[in-house]
Design a protein around this ligand. Structure first.
Ligand code: GSH
Length: 143
């Protein structure tokens, strides 16, 4: 665990991205200085070479912490927890750590023919009954 960064962490995000919200929330919970950089998915900014250099998958969120580039919300949470958080955020033992990490990938525990799962991310779906592939923005969300 190290002290808070002297330079703000850059968070590349899209305002409607739930995956980016995860990263933003955790940065706030850890009270880390950060600046948000909007990547407009509707304009394809996430597929530009400079963004693909940070994340070849062309997806938000991505963080840049003093030159450490981390993409993928679960990876970002793990990085931040290990670097700036104590063990209450992420256990340091071999079984506890992966258990906490996998919690970020799990489906909600609601299973019912009438209650549909919320999509992993609202920015890529017009509603809980519409699959992300049917998104009017033609974007993809993965867990
Ligand atoms: N596994 C990734 C998924 C990220 C993701 O699906 N991001 C969406 C926005 S919520 C995105 O950038 N979609 C654009 C695309 O795939 O073209 C994570 O957890 O960060």
């Amino acid at each position: 665990m190290t002290a808070a960064p002297t330079r703000p962490i850059k968070l590349y995000r899209f305002a409607l991205s739930g995956h980016a919200h995860r990263a933003e929330l955790f940065l706030s919970l850890l009270r880390l200085p950060f600046e948000s950089i909007d990547v407009d998915l509707t304009k394809g900014e996430h597929k530009r070479p400079e963004f693909l250099a940070m994340n070849p998958f062309g997806q938000v969120p991505v963080i840049d912490d003093g030159g450490n580039i981390v993409a993928d919300s679960n990876a970002i949470l793990t990085y931040l927890a290990l670097r700036y958080g104590d063990a209450s955020w992420l256990p340091r033992d071999p079984l506890g750590a992966p258990l906490a990490c996998s919690a970020g990938s799990r489906s909600p525990p609601v299973r019912s023919p009438t209650v549909r799962h919320a999509p992993a991310c609202w920015c890529c779906s017009a509603g809980p009954t519409i699959r992300p592939s049917a998104s009017p923005l033609r974007m993809r969300c993965s867990s």
